[in-house]
Design a protein around this ligand. Sequence first.
Ligand code: DX5
Ligand code: ZN
Length: 214
Amino acid sequence: MRVSPSLLAADFANLSKEVEMINSSNADYLHMDVMDGVFVPNISFGFPVLNAVGKICEKPLDVHLMIVEPDRWISQVRDCGARIMNVHVEACRHLHSTVSLIHQAGMKAGVTLNPSTPVSMLVDIIEDVELVLLMSVNPGFGGQPFIRHTLKKVEELRSLIAATGSKALIEVDGGVNEKTGRELAAAGTDILVAGSYVFGSEDPHSRIDILRNL
Ligand code: DX5
Ligand code: ZN
């Protein structure tokens, strides 16, 4: 299992220490949640923070944009050092075009589904993306309980990927801990995002290792 700790749950007054903790951990990525207060009912952080963290983070950045019109920000996301740019299908009017622009900018493209958006929405884009991010909570806030229906969506997505020969990885975001992580692993998840489970712990390195070993 790969693990992408979500910086949203970090201590923002000690960001450089939190990033050092990630650098010295076995995490595979650092997940960064950008919110605009329009697509989701919350605002997190923007490019000044992405850039500052990008300069000191030694793990690839996995950027999750919970914003309207993500196309407008592709080059800025790339310039902060992002390896993966995740956009919500619900926020993109021309998703195929957005995915192409992300590739042209040199990043891997991830498409994200809200809990109520069916996997069938991906049928005509799955072969073009490197990653699908399934939300297992309604986006906007950390610390929410895991929506169990996500397990069925992971299985359905795994079948779609096998049927099409897509190389997309399956990432799940929201309410991930040891218990839900184990269930997600069994269902066929490749990457677990975890915010409060990792950053809310006295021993975040061991939490990352627990998830990695699932
Ligand atoms: C929620 C964010 C998540 C969040 C997860 O909108 O996309 O990445 O940080 O937090 P936890 O792991 O606490 O549910
Ligand atoms: Zn996220």
